[in-house]
Design a protein around this ligand. Structure first.
Ligand SMILES: NC(=O)C1=CN([C@@H]2O[C@H](COP(=O)(O)OP(=O)(O)OC[C@H]3O[C@@H](n4cnc5c(N)ncnc54)[C@H](O)[C@@H]3O)[C@@H](O)[C@H]2O)C=CC1
Ligand SMILES: C[C@]12CC(=O)[C@H]3[C@@H](CCC4=CC(=O)CC[C@@]43C)[C@@H]1CC[C@@H]2C(=O)C=O
Length: 257
């Protein structure tokens, strides 16, 4: 049960983030949906189904410190107190070769992917951990948990994924040092590296392509269901020994070049 969990979940109007909010709330916790203002109608539909006592929306661009701060404030101003769980799911994916037919990779595109995926994730870690540090510790001396979302592209980046793989590799890289940095205040840091999950990110691809992708997963031979990501988030929240580690959730899949 997550009845004591007060969470902030970025990128949670959609996909893996949405499934995380649904899991946390169905297990008794509360969640602040942090997503771009353009996603407000999707956020409203989640609030309609899960209840405004349990879920609130804070329009947020994770690269903006003032937006993340406002989301953390919303939890406190709603009477929920400081968050004790922060899950980063906000992310973008691009496809562009380092040197393509039209010339070199756009530097602006590369920087933008790193800004949202990597800098946005670190922005949440640094600001959420400050709020968690004000909480009373539990019996394990712990005050909170931070869960980041990388990708198996951090390890098996494909053609056209230099920016995306770099952004996710950096999240893998910061997991242990952030866990070490925050051990003194009793905050755990974990990262999930998903394989192929059926979210709007993939649903935009032709159905045939989706089917073929699913068949490449060794076992089970299908794309992941976002609820399976939510289940892993719940396990991480509940297990005080999980810290400073990256967990792949990919059905044994390794991406080809
Ligand atoms: N779906 C998949 O198979 C996989 C997804 N991932 C990662 O999981 C995370 C979630 O992906 P999905 O749910 O599939 O994608 P999605 O596209 O359904 O959801 C991503 C959400 O992030 C939000 N977002 C984008 N930029 C933002 C910003 N600057 N500030 C705040 N919110 C922002 C979007 O509005 C969207 O609601 C991403 O980081 C993605 O890279 C990793 C591996 C596989
Ligand atoms: C993000 C991920 C890998 C990608 O880069 C693709 C994305 C699905 C949509 C895409 C379509 C394209 O034509 C270009 C590539 C991409 C952006 C994939 C969904 C899951 C993949 C991932 O992160 C795996 O770990």
């Amino acid at each position: 049960m997550l009845s004591k969990t007060v969470s902030l979940v970025t990128g949670s109007a959609s996909g893996l983030g949405r499934a995380t909010v649904e899991r946390i709330v169905s297990s008794g916790g509360k969640a602040i949906i942090c997503d771009l203002p353009s996603q407000s109608s999707l956020a409203d539909s989640i609030i309609d189904s899960l209840g405004s006592d349990n879920v609130k929306f804070s329009p947020c661009d994770v690269t903006q410190s003032s937006d993340v701060t406002a989301a953390l404030d919303l939890s406190e101003n709603s009477g929920w107190g400081p968050v004790n769980c922060a899950v980063s799911c906000a992310g973008i994916a691009t496809a562009s070769k380092t040197l393509g037919r039209k010339g070199p990779h756009s530097l602006e595109m590369f920087s933008n992917v790193l800004a949202v995926n990597t800098v946005g994730t670190f922005n949440v870690i640094r600001l959420a951990s400050e709020r968690m540090s004000t909480l009373d510790p539990d019996d394990n001396g712990q005050r909170g948990v931070i869960i980041n979302t990388a990708s198996i592209a951090a390890y098996d980046g494909q053609v056209g994924q230099a920016a995306y793989a770099a952004s996710k590799g950096a999240i893998v890289g910061l997991t242990l040092p952030c866990a070490r940095d925050l051990s003194g205040v009793g905050v755990r840091v974990m990262t999930i590296a998903p394989g192929l999950f059926l979210t709007p990110l993939l649903a935009g691809l032709p159905e045939k392509v989706q089917e073929e992708m699913g068949k490449q997963i060794p076992c089970p031979r299908r794309l992941g269901d976002p609820s399976e990501f939510g289940k892993l988030v719940e396990s991480i929240i509940e297990n005080p020994m999980l810290n400073g580690e990256v967990i792949r959730i990919d059905g044994g899949y390794r991406m080809p070049p």
